[in-house]
Design a protein. Structure first.
Lengths: 156, 156
């Protein structure tokens, strides 16, 4: 994992264009592949113990989506590029650059890029955090009882 | 101070344009006025105990600068708009949008906007952190022994 310490190469990581950075790898969204998602990349911009948090940049390809999940830790999100929608708890929000989204503890959440645009966003989390939980059949049934959420989850 | 919790008004704080946000105050850079700086505003985008960190947006007017200071905690910075320069430790970096800068513990640092452009940047810090220290005459003499740093501090 990329450390906060700039080390011998200096304090600056230059932007390379297209929201890529020098000395920062573009990673798969999740390591294990067990959770459903589509077309998402991850770059770890800042991390390490001294900071007590991590700042990541995620990018979702057009029509893609992050995993529907929840957890105890908070997400603090700033949209950087593109257009999409976000499920946060029981509300769905259209999102565009520089919008700020707070995902509260245990709120179900998912980000979806529009069909015609990617969606890129910063996501700040604390360094020591719990693992996300996926919905079981009962959770999904409760979420889908709201027709707007059902349509969102089906990408409509 | 603005809390992380979105509360009754929802998870979303919309961007208003010009890197201002709904329900986020544009504050003075420092409360006390004891430290030298010029033309800097501050907005607290995310904070509060659950996150264990704070994400702030600072904007420096053309020709302005932040306080020359150092401290034990780390700054994790992403430039969002404009052009300027940054002193980080003993190096000076030109900076432009999306560049990432790590300010290491106890590194002297200052951000300066160009004379013709503002400079806006995100700055991530841990929630519980030490207060900045200002340079004394001896510190300034050591910094100014490097002609490039002396020129930077003089805005040249």
């Amino acid at each position: 994992m990329e450390e906060t310490g700039a080390g011998p190469k200096g304090a600056l990581r230059r932007a390379l264009g297209g929201l890529r950075w020098e000395r920062i790898d573009c990673l798969p969204y999740k390591e294990d592949g067990a959770a459903p998602f589509k077309g998402v990349s991850r770059q770890i911009l800042f991390s390490g113990e001294p900071l007590e948090s991590e700042l990541r940049y995620f990018e979702i390809a057009p029509g893609g989506f992050t995993t529907l999940e929840r957890h105890a830790h908070v997400h603090a999100v700033m949209i950087l590029r593109g257009e999409g929608r976000c499920l946060a708890g029981e509300a769905i929000y259209p999102v565009r650059p520089y919008d700020l989204i707070t995902i509260e503890p245990w709120a179900w959440h998912q980000f979806r890029a529009d069909q015609a645009a990617r969606l890129g966003f910063l996501c700040l989390v604390k360094a020591r955090r719990d693992r996300p939980m996926l919905p079981d059949a009962g959770d999904l049934a409760k979420l889908r009882a709201n027709p707007e959420i059902a349509a969102f989850l089906d990408g409509r």
